[in-house]
Every structure is written in structure tokens, then in C-alpha cells.
Design a protein around this ligand. Structure first.
Ligand code: PEP
Ligand code: MN
Length: 365
């Protein structure tokens, strides 16, 4: 939840309106008037959805895919509002989209992942949005670059847009993954650290790409203190014209909301507080020991580098590095520490060792 001192925005008001996380749902694409209205009525009946989403202009990876109904779908969203009272949100990628959406009274706009990557496009949108007062959500860029995501939010802030939210929809990777878009949780956490006043919403549909992954992803987001969820819903998901594998019915969304565990941010229970405080103090001690051990290791690296310098020996000894990499993983496994994690840690330690040794070997006579 954004810090209490931050001013209220459209999104913080939605957040404060119910005890549970902000919930955005609706179809990937607006396909027909009937489909849009059936979804909206199904979602309205859950009594939990606060914003109805639908894609009107669809950015598709390959030509020939269904690219959305375009402006023809905008009156259907007006009907959603009139019949269900739900505010509506769509993706915009150009100033013309903004103009048409606003002409039809769309309440909230979002910038899609394929647009956030392009600062020219984001700036054009920021200029078109300036002074309109319309709330805007910004999806992460498709590539894992937190600066581009932050840059898009900054362009909107500079255009005077105060009602902002960020949507985490995962990142493209070349490596095979169980996810459609790798969540890479460290990136949205970094964004949240830089923009604590901007609500962060998770889109498990585009991260998972599969119905069975929605629950674990949404649960993780809630446990990481996300402010809301955006979930794609369709009355007949298997027949959806886009993203069929990841959409669920409004009824299934209702069940999913029941299956989620809503945990407290903290607890006033004195016993909990004492125990948590005790464990945190022990962690502080352990962290100090880690840092002292690193200091010891680095001073050994320096000593070795001086010795290499005296003896005119190169920095990188591949055999030694391979041996370190394998043995540390092995040691970690034996004491029950995740081997992959330790491998990553040692890559960083190795980079730092090389940096230090380079400094010493290249020091002028
Ligand atoms: C969508 O929300 O349907 C969509 C196209 O999302 P993204 O921009 O995250 O791919
Ligand atoms: Mn979609």
C-alpha cells in the first residue's frame, strides 16, 4: 500500500474503498457486444471487481492475428458502465486512441508493454494525456529494464498526471521458462522502492499465460504486498480470440479470489512482535558476519593480487575459478542453501575479485 503521507489519487481511493486488493478484470479483447456485456455482468455479480478491462486495439506479435475491434467496441464499454456501474479501462498506444477513448468516456487508460519500451511513443501519449485528468496505468516494458518503466512513469508525472498505477506483467526471455513472461520479481520490487507512492498491480494472466499459474502468481504478488491484481476473464475462455489459454470465467475468478490467502501487513499481537523482533536482531548479527567475512575474503584477494603483481602473473586463472564455482555450490548444497543462489552470489564475488585485482595490477609503478 502506498505510504500514508502520499496524496490520495484515483487508485488509492479505489484501494481504500475495500479491505481486499484492488481488482481489475475483463476480457483480453472486446470481441462482441454480447461477450463484453456477459463478462461485465458476471464480474459485477462477484461484488469485488472495481475496474472493467478490455482490449480494443490489440498489439499482436504477428500480423494476421485478431487485432481488436477498434473504436467500434467503445460503445459496448459505455453500455458496461451504464448497466453495471463499473468504470472501464482500455489500452492506448497512440494519441488518436486517447482521443477516441476519452470521447467515449473511458475512465482509465493503460499503456501496454510494447509501448512502454518506446520513449517517443510514451512522450506522445504523455502530451496527449496532459490536462485530461484521466488516470493512467503503465505496464512494464517487455524487456527487463526497470529504467524504461520508471522513465515512462516520470514522463507522465512531468505531464502533470497524478493518478498513476504500475502493472507488472512479466518480461520476455529467450531462455525456456514455465511462464509466458518471466516475473523477475526483483524488478517490480525495485520500481516500488523508487515509486513508493504509486500503487503496484500484478497481471498474473500475462505472466503465467496459463490458467493453472494464476493462483500461485497472484498469491506471491499479494504476499509481496502488491496493491492489486488484473486478471483476464471471458465467458467462454476456450473460444477467446486472443490469449485463450490464460483467460478464466468470471465464476472461476470468484473461486480464485476465495482460494487466495489475504495476509496481514503486520500484526499487533505482542507475542508475534517480540518473536519477529528477536529473529530480525539475529539476522542483523548474521548479516554483519557475512559482511565481515566478505571483508576478510577481499583482503585476501588484495594480498594475492600484490603477490601476482610482484611475480608478473595474470589475473584470471580459469581452472581455479571453475573449481571455486563448483565447490561453493557443493558446500551450499550440503548445508541446505540453494545452490543456484550461491552460484549467482559467487559470480558477483568473482566480478568484484577481478575488479580489485585489476586495480592492483594496473596501479602505476
Ligand atoms: C493485454 O493486457 O491484453 C496486453 C496486450 O498486455 P501486455 O501489454 O502486457 O502484453
Ligand atoms: Mn491479453
Amino acid at each position: 500500500m502506498p505510504s500514508v503521507s502520499a496524496p490520495e489519487t484515483y487508485f488509492t481511493r479505489l484501494l481504500h474503498a475495500q479491505a481486499a486488493p484492488l481488482l481489475i478484470a475483463g476480457p483480453c479483447s472486446a470481441e462482441t457486444e454480447e461477450q463484453v456485456l456477459a463478462t461485465a455482468h458476471g464480474l459485477r455479480a462477484l461484488g469485488r471487481v472495481q475496474l472493467f478491462r478490455a482490449g480494443v486495439w490489440k498489439p499482436r506479435t504477428r500480423p494476421g492475428s485478431f487485432e481488436g475491434r477498434g473504436a467500434a467496441a467503445l460503445p459496448w464499454l459505455q453500455r458496461v458502465k451504464a448497466e453495471t456501474g463499473l468504470p472501464v479501462t482500455i489500452e492506448v498506444a497512440t494519441p488518436r486512441h486517447v482521443e477516441e477513448a476519452l470521447a467515449y468516456g473511458v475512465d482509465v487508460l493503460w499503456i501496454g508493454a510494447r509501448t512502454t519500451v518506446n520513449p517517443f511513443a510514451v512522450q506522445e501519449l504523455a502530451d496527449a494525456l496532459a490536462g485530461t485528468g484521466v488516470p493512467v496505468m503503465v505496464k512494464n516494458p517487455v524487456n527487463p529494464d526497470v529504467a524504461l518503466w520508471a522513465g515512462a512513469l516520470e514522463r507522465l508525472e512531468r505531464a502533470g498526471i497524478r493518478d498513476l498505477a504500475a502493472i507488472h506483467r512479466g518480461f520476455s526471455t529467450f531462455a525456456p521458462s514455465r511462464y509466458r513472461n518471466a516475473p523477475t520479481w526483483a524488478l517490480p520490487i525495485e520500481l516500488k522502492t523508487r515509486f513508493p507512492h504509486i500503487p503496484l498491480i500484478c497481471d498474473p494472466s500475462h505472466i503465467g499465460g496459463r490458467r493453472d499459474l494464476l493462483l500461485p502468481i497472484a498469491q506471491k504478488a499479494l504476499d509481496l504486498d502488491y496493491d492489486g491484481l488484473m486478471i483476464e476473464t471471458h465467458p467462454t475462455p476456450d473460444q477467446a480470440l486472443s490469449d485463450a489459454e490464460q483467460q478464466i470465467t468470471p465464476q472461476r475468478l470468484g473461486e480464485l479470489l476465495q482460494e487466495l490467502k489475504y495476509r496481514y501487513r503486520s500484526s499487533d499481537n505482542a507475542e508475534y512482535r517480540n518473536k519477529a523482533e528477536e529473529l530480525r536482531q539475529k539476522m542483523d548479527v548474521a548479516d554483519r558476519e557475512i559482511i565481515e567475512a566478505l571483508a576478510r575474503r577481499m583482503s585476501l584477494v588484495e594480498e594475492l593480487a600484490e603477490y601476482k603483481r610482484e611475480n608478473n602473473v595474470k589475473i584470471l586463472q580459469l581452472d581455479r575459478w571453475q573449481e571455486i564455482f563448483a565447490s561453493r555450490r557443493d558446500w551450499a548444497g550440503r548445508v541446505g542453501v540453494n545452490e543456484k543462489f550461491v552460484a549467482e552470489l559467487y559470480k558477483l564475488i568473482h566480478i568484484e575479485s577481478i575488479r580489485k585485482q585489476t586495480e592492483i595490477l594496473q596501479r602505476p609503478e
